[in-house]
Design a protein around this ligand. Structure first.
Ligand code: GLC
Length: 548
């Protein structure tokens, strides 16, 4: 069994700042041997020059093979005692299929009587495990996982008599062992056995994001370039880029289609899905080969990103001036010049927002659809917006300002609140359908999820605020091991171990490890983060009538 390298420790502020400045400003050091990558180009630029031999992630690995980052801080102090414990627990969660590691089980909670579906390998749950393994230079498990889930994509997906789209990726899978016949098969769940039978929209996006992380970290482009991976990406994208009755570039979703996999009033255009959609599109743009079908997809992605970026940055963004504008909205405006484009009635603004919104700071709303703005704060979507550069640099700074200003509410005693605030009483009855698991300040309804720590850390590093991440990591360290790595915490400040929380929840363990390793070596952020797209003017194409 491989032991964790002992250099995993939190660096001092001065060292982190030094390291960050090298990471963020002196970027060419990271890209020593490579051409200017897609990250440094705008996707709009790319989508207008597909034919002129562009370079891509395929031809420009940011990291050489091996764990030899130029920005590694080396050994600083002793590793935190939790690190070894966490690795040990993470290894216990590894699932093997025909002798090969293929993923990690959701929770290894021996004390819990009910297994429910926590004995499965969830696609979204595996992402922090995968990042931890990559950072420890254990890449096989990640490659195997990507290949196994890719093959599961082509399995028959039926819910009663209805066949799901070919691109749908499973929410989870498990290894079925037949002891009599001595065989092993992988059995996937595409949502048909999930609560409410909802398919996971996020799985396909996480798969693409992980494929890019693997490619970027290992420098092994052969996997992403393989016909199977190219096809898998196209199938996933086909589901989201097909034309329908939509008037918005955002993706219409049912409740429960993502990390929040029960009824929580996120139906419509939830920020979590929109941010992951944006990131997956940008990752796919770096990996799709511009030949045959790939070329059409590249063009479609460019157009969608153009519209999606505009929509999200303008209509989902909320800060003090925006809130004041909405507060003064007129309604019933019929025309192209309408200011209140979605006919939001100012009376629908919940009271809590007026106190919550600081003068400095802002965030992406939970959801924007006709006459409906969900003002709740959702952590995953906002962190992904920063990491993927869906947020402009100013918006990223504002989101971090908000977290700082509202630390008590959003972090409290355990990072990080999945959403804020909780819904209560009548609203809880109507919105959750009286869900006893999602009572106020519990689970998805304002509970605190340690897994989100890695996303917060990545956002902190990207915006140059390592001290904030350090503070959050230390908070988590004071409880996580002692409490047995719970899935979530309850209460306004996140003080209580969740009512029905599993112990030894794998993504709580992996999320902590990734956060700590990223802070120790900020250059690892590059495998998950994306640079801002620089706006360029679309190339003017002369119409046929131009010369006439
Ligand atoms: C819960 C969470 C979901 C997670 C699953 C396994 O259902 O809501 O996001 O994937 O548990 O951990």
């Amino acid at each position: 069994m491989k032991r964790v390298s002992s250099h995993v420790s939190i660096a001092s502020e001065a060292e982190i700042n030094l390291d960050l400045s090298r990471l963020l400003i002196d970027k060419p050091r990271l890209t020593l041997e490579r051409k200017r990558s897609f990250d440094e180009q705008s996707w709009s630029e790319l989508s207008h020059r597909q034919n002129d031999g562009f370079d891509s992630i395929m031809h420009s690995p940011a990291f050489p093979s091996g764990f030899d980052s130029p920005f590694s801080l080396g050994t600083i102090g002793d590793p935190h005692p939790l690190v070894n414990e966490a690795w040990e627990a993470l290894r216990k969660s590894v699932v093997y299929f025909r002798g090969q590691p293929v993923g990690t089980i959701a929770a290894v909670d021996h004390a819990s009587e009910e297994v429910l579906n926590y004995d499965q390998v969830f696609v979204r749950d595996f992402v922090p495990s995968a990042l931890a393994f990559l950072m420890n230079n254990e890449t096989d498990i990640v490659k195997n996982f990507l290949l196994k889930t890719l093959h599961l994509q082509s399995s028959e997906k039926m819910v009663d008599r209805f066949k799901l789209g070919a691109g749908a990726m499973p929410a989870s899978f498990k290894v079925d062992r037949n002891k009599n016949r001595n065989t092993e098969t992988l059995v996937a769940d595409f949502g048909e056995s999930a609560i409410g039978r909802v398919a996971p929209v996020d799985s396909g996006f996480w798969w693409i994001i992980l494929l890019r992380a693997y490619t970027k970290y290992t420098g092994d482009t052969s996997l992403a370039e393989s016909p199977d991976c190219q096809n898998c990406m196209r199938l996933i994208l086909n589901l989201c880029l097909s034309e329908g009755f939509d008037t918005f570039p955002t993706l219409l979703c049912t409740d429960g289609c993502s990390m929040i996999d029960r009824r929580m009033g996120i139906y419509g255009y939830p920020i979590e899905i929109q941010a992951l959609f944006y990131m997956a599109l940008r990752c796919a743009l770096q990996m799709l080969k511009p030949d045959g079908e790939g070329k059409d997809f590249i063009e479609k992605i460019g157009q969608r990103l153009h519209a999606l970026t505009y929509h999200m940055r303008n209509y989902f963004w909320l800060d003090f001036p925006h809130l004041n504008n909405i507060y003064r909205y007129k309604t019933e405006e019929y025309s192209h010049t309408a200011v209140n484009k979605f006919n939001v009635i100012p009376d629908s603004i919940p009271d809590w927002v007026f106190d919550f919104m600081p003068c400095r700071g802002g965030y992406f709303l939970g959801n924007v659809s006709p006459a409906m703005m969900d003002f709740r704060w959702f952590a995953l979507g906002n962190c992904i917006a920063i990491i993927s550069s869906l947020a402009t640099p100013e918006q990223s700074v504002a989101i971090m300002d908000l977290i700082e200003e509202r630390w008590e509410e959003l972090v409290g005693e355990m990072p990080l609140k999945i959403c804020y605030p909780a819904i209560e009483n009548h609203e809880w009855r109507i919105i959750t359908g009286c869900d006893p698991k999602n009572t106020r300040w519990s689970y998805h309804n304002g509970g605190s999820w340690p897994v989100l720590l890695w996303l917060l850390t990545a956002a902190c590093i990207k915006t140059g605020r390592p001290q904030m991440a350090k503070r959050a990591i230390e908070l988590a360290e004071s409880r996580l091991l002692k409490d047995g790595w719970p899935e979530y915490y309850d209460g306004k400040a996140g003080r209580f171990i969740g009512k029905q929380a599993r112990k030894f929840q794998t993504w709580s363990i992996a999320g902590y490890l990734v956060a700590r390793m990223m802070l120790e070596d900020p250059s690892t952020l590059m495998m998950i983060s994306m640079e801002e797209d620089r706006p360029v003017k679309p190339t003017m194409r002369r119409s046929a009538s131009w010369n006439a």
